[in-house]
Design a protein around this ligand. Structure first.
Ligand SMILES: Cc1cc2nc3c(=O)[nH]c(=O)nc-3n(C[C@H](O)[C@H](O)[C@H](O)COP(=O)(O)O)c2cc1C
Length: 331
């Protein structure tokens, strides 16, 4: 049985739901071509960080050495991606070259913490031919003085500003740490976001007790991390008028199926491709196809959202936080 893997995400037609997420796997036009050849449904180009828009590439080399000038996430990615020492002009060239040489959607990505610096650049990204813009908003609530309400206003200001700059489809990539994520997502959707990438995976430091140093833990996710995006996408799908891409912890075709059942329109994959190579994409597509054949689903749209809360209003699904059922019988 031939199955139809196509999906719609941010108004874009994808040949399948697997998006290679922002990382050095999408750092250059060549790398993006390799993602397409390996079977990706779309790519998110490696993020340009708002710090990079302020500096030109010549200054970047020096700036990278001075890590105090960067917010933690930038530095983590700078260290992880040593090739990533380009400036804003190079970024636009990559978008143009990729747009000219691949058929799959090319989604640009800007990592920002303010509503300055990058705004005019967003227009240039649109002019360069990007099919959509993903805003990776990386505001860390580390201050003892800033309230949650103030931070949420900043998120909103960023989205409003981006919406004013571009008519491109706009996705917002968020971390999970909000007191009321549903209210924040709704507010950002009303501010102009067409979709959400849930979730970003931030810098994960740990402590080396031997060296008495704070060190970076694994840059890669584990499949256990999937439960967070699964839960929230199941709660939002078909309730918030936006598209959702599941991200963090997608390591197999069945993980992708899980997110689609919860209501995701697409899924982003990064760690699994670093760990297993780009050829892992085809394995994941084969797994999705085999599952669809076994369950007799001819198309992704036939089962997408089957296990969302909106489609199952009388069932608890992911609404409950405590373990009551799971804990019975555990001593
Ligand atoms: C080496 C590396 C570089 C990354 N660079 C970016 C980036 O530039 N922008 C971004 O939004 N996310 C970046 N990410 C995060 C990924 O896009 C993704 O959200 C995260 O790894 C979780 O997905 P996964 O579980 O499939 O790895 C990076 C991740 C890694 C491992």
């Amino acid at each position: 049985m031939a199955v139809d893997l196509t999906t719609q995400y941010l108004g874009l037609g994808l040949r399948n739901p697997l998006i290679v997420g922002a990382s050095s796997l999408t750092l250059t036009a060549d790398a993006i071509r390799r993602c397409e050849a390996a079977g990706a449904g779309a790519v998110v180009v490696k993020s340009l960080f708002e710090e990079q828009i302020r500096l030109d590439s010549a200054d970047l080399q020096d700036a990278v050495a001075d890590q105090s000038a960067w917010h933690a996430e930038v530095f983590e990615y700078m260290e992880a991606d040593l090739g990533m020492r380009y400036g804003a002009r190079d970024y636009l060239d990559i978008i143009r070259q990729a747009r000219d040489s691949v058929d799959i959607p090319v989604i640009a990505s800007i990592n920002c913490v303010s509503d300055e610096w990058w705004c005019e650049f967003a227009q240039e990204v649109e002019a360069a031919g990007a099919d959509a813009l993903e805003l990776n908003i990386a505001l860390a609530p580390a201050s003892l003085d800033v309230t949650g309400a103030e931070l949420e206003c900043q998120y909103e200001r960023i989205v409003i500003k981006a919406r004013e700059q571009v008519s491109l489809p706009l996705a917002v990539k968020l971390g999970p740490w909000f007191t009321s994520l549903p209210q924040t997502v709704l507010r950002l959707q009303r501010a102009g976001a067409d979709g959400f990438v849930l979730f970003n995976r931030f810098y994960c430091p740990t402590i080396d007790p031997e060296k008495l140093e704070v060190v970076a833990a694994s840059a890669f996710s584990s499949p256990a991390e999937l439960s967070l995006p699964l839960r929230w996408i199941s709660l939002f799908a078909d309730r918030v008028a936006a598209d959702f891409a599941g991200a963090t912890g997608v390591h197999s075709g069945l993980d992708a199926v899980r997110l689609l059942l919860a209501g995701a329109h697409a899924v982003q994959v990064v760690s699994a491709l670093y760990l297993n190579g780009l050829e892992h994409l085809q394995k994941m597509l084969d797994e999705i196809t085999a599952w669809m054949e076994q369950k007799k689903h001819g198309a992704v749209k036939d089962f997408r959202g089957m296990l969302s809360q909106a489609r199952n209003p009388d069932r608890e699904l992911f609404g409950r936080l405590q373990y009551i059922k799971g804990l019975v019988g555990i001593e």
